[in-house]
Design a protein around this ligand. Structure first.
Ligand code: ATP
Ligand code: MG
Length: 536
């Protein structure tokens, strides 16, 4: 007998099930409502995009791009991939005819599969691909001639020639583009910016305000509040900078936009009743002042290098700002003595930061300043913020955001300002559940207990009417003894059982049982609907 394979959700992913999904739905519904009141519209970008988009936007040096992305080559030819790796790493040198012949077989097999894939369009017939294919065929012929000559001469020159051509094969193989490099999105800001450019949204009334929600993918170590497929709810405000306008100007306007975006997240969290919400803000400067501060920081860090752990030591070179992020106990004292960015902001950045704080005060949004707050992604500048909530252990950040003027331009669009945030929905839900705000079991408003053929017709009609009026109805597929039916109604958490037997059908008077107290009354269909509507 064939062994039964047990399929399980992949590590770091999970099924969200009822009744928990009720809470997910209501959180998402609340987001739509709150964001809608601020004039945001929903965007639904695709789940996968060119790897290059994320690499460029998020930054090649970040963990997300260097090790956490799920990327793949977009074609359907597994056999070709295997043969390609073989041809890309040829043996260093071969001198026996048997191995030479084997190598040729691999190459010919590769060529015939490539031809097939190009014919049925799995692999593009681009001019580059066609040329490489042609060159490889020529090389295959030359290889075979060389091997034949070698079998007669046994001369070192011929075997060397064979090996030389073998290495040439690997170069031509490399030139074949088998498919685009795609990646499952690790975040959505890059996609939103790509869409802004692709659809010419700079021509719409500015700023363009968009929100999104959906799964993101990062190959991280799974733990509480950290998954490989997780969900974000985020929003972005994008605004093209008119030609000839210095993007550094309009500081007051930018600050008001930043403050309103933050106000919106806080309003959303307040509506949900999220507990222990703490907002921290910082300014991380811009292209003018940040590099100078980073150099200063690096110089100071080098002085205390020996006292730092290996991660921080490495970051002195790669990304000194991230040292400020360190949670290591023994590094805290050292970090406290480092120069603070607030003291090194240029006039524009300092002015904008002060204005953001004033704007937050005007809006009644409470915040704390945290000069050590830096963000993991490369594209942020000036305003950055993070929000934490209760009940999440060490993964307590539920939202991260900041300003990213220049990202759209980096991706090939016009000069554009941007500010946005991403909420970790899994953590948001976790925090709500910890505070006892979990979704109630789905329950039913009405369980229709019926018996007999005539009653079934009445039961079906009743269920149709009740459902059309928006009530949750359970209609058993087969008739049941009333005792059993009531037991089931109880288990499903139904509020009422509608009992339909011959009597009820004949008189048009339905028996309605209230499950909470066991009381039972007779009433007409209209009266029953009226009672449900009043929520009695
Ligand atoms: P963290 O410091 O927790 O790794 P991050 O800086 O990588 O967060 P962002 O890329 O800014 O996070 O994403 C915004 C939010 O998305 C985070 O504040 C968090 O709530 C959530 N988030 C990020 N990665 C994960 C994950 N692997 N699983 C669940 N939620 C996540
Ligand atoms: Mg992270």
């Amino acid at each position: 007998m064939a062994e039964k394979k047990k399929f399980q959700a992949i590590k770091g992913t999970r099924d969200l099930l009822p009744p928990e999904t009720e809470l997910w739905n209501s959180v998402e519904q609340t987001a739509r409502e709150v964001f809608g009141t601020f004039g945001f519209g929903e965007i639904r970008p695709p789940i996968f995009e060119p790897t290059e988009l994320f690499a460029r936007a998020v930054g090649g040096e970040t963990d997300i791009v260097s090790k956490e992305m799920y990327s793949f080559e977009d074609h359907g030819s597994k056999g070709l991939t295997a043969l390609r790796s073989l041809l890309l790493t040829p043996p260093r040198s071969i001198t026996d005819q048997q191995s030479m012949w084997l190598y040729e077989c691999f190459l010919l097999d590769f060529l015939s599969q490539l031809d097939l894939a190009m014919q049925n369009q799995t692999i593009s017939k681009s001019p580059e691909n066609l040329r490489a294919q042609q060159d490889l065929s020529t090389l295959a012929g030359e290889l075979s001639q060389t091997r034949l000559r070698y079998s007669e001469t046994n001369s070192g020159t011929d075997s060397e020639m064979f090996n030389k051509r073998m290495r040439k094969v690997s170069i031509f193989v490399l030139l074949i583009n088998m498919g685009d490099e795609l990646a499952l999105r690790p975040e959505a800001t890059a996609s939103v910016c790509r869409a802004y450019i692709e659809h010419g949204m700079h021509a719409l009334p500015q700023p363009v305000k968009l929100y999104y929600m959906g799964p993101m993918f990062r190959r991280e170590r799974p733990q509480k509040g950290r998954y490989r497929q997780f969900y974000q709810i985020g929003a972005e405000v994008l605004e093209m900078v008119p030609p000839n306008q210095d993007p550094a100007k309009n500081i007051g306007k930018d600050a008001a936009v930043d403050a309103e975006v933050i106000e919106m997240v806080m309003a959303f969290f307040a509506r949900l009743g999220l507990e222990g919400v703490k907002l921290e803000i910082n300014s991380i400067g811009d292209r003018d002042c940040r590099p100078k501060y980073v150099e200063l920081l690096r110089a100071e860090l080098l002085k205390v290098k020996d006292k730092l752990g290996p991660d921080s030591q490495r970051r002195i070179e790669t990304n000194p700002l991230r040292v400020l992020d360190s949670k290591l106990e023994n590094e805290q004292g050292i970090i406290a003595g480092l120069p603070k960015i607030a003291d090194h902001l240029c006039a524009n950045c300092a002015g904008q930061y002060a204005e953001v704080k004033r704007q937050l005060n005007m809006r009644g949004v409470a915040y704390a300043e945290n000069w050590r707050l830096v963000r993991g992604l490369d594209y942020y500048m000036r305003t950055t913020f993070e929000i934490t909530a209760l009940g999440l252990g060490s993964q307590n950040a539920v939202c991260g955001g900041g300003r990213y003027d220049g990202l759209v331009e980096l991706l090939g669009g016009p000069p554009t300002k941007g500010i946005g945030f991403a909420i970790g929905e899994d953590r948001l839900i976790l925090s709500l559940q910890e505070a006892g705000k979990g979704g109630a079991a789905q329950g039913r408003d009405v369980f229709v207990a019926w018996m007999g053929e005539k009653a079934q017709a009445t039961a079906i009609a009743a269920a149709q009417k009740l459902r059309a009026a928006g009530f949750r109805v359970e209609l058993p597929p087969v008739g049941q003894k009333f005792g059993k039916a009531l037991g089931q109604a109880d288990k499903l958490g139904a509020r009422y059982a509608l009992i339909l037997g011959d009597d009820e059908v004949a008189t048009g008077q339905w028996t309605v049982k209230t499950l909470a107290d066991g009381s039972q009354t007779k009433m007409s269909e209209a009266e029953f609907l009226e009672m449900l509507r009043k929520g009695l």
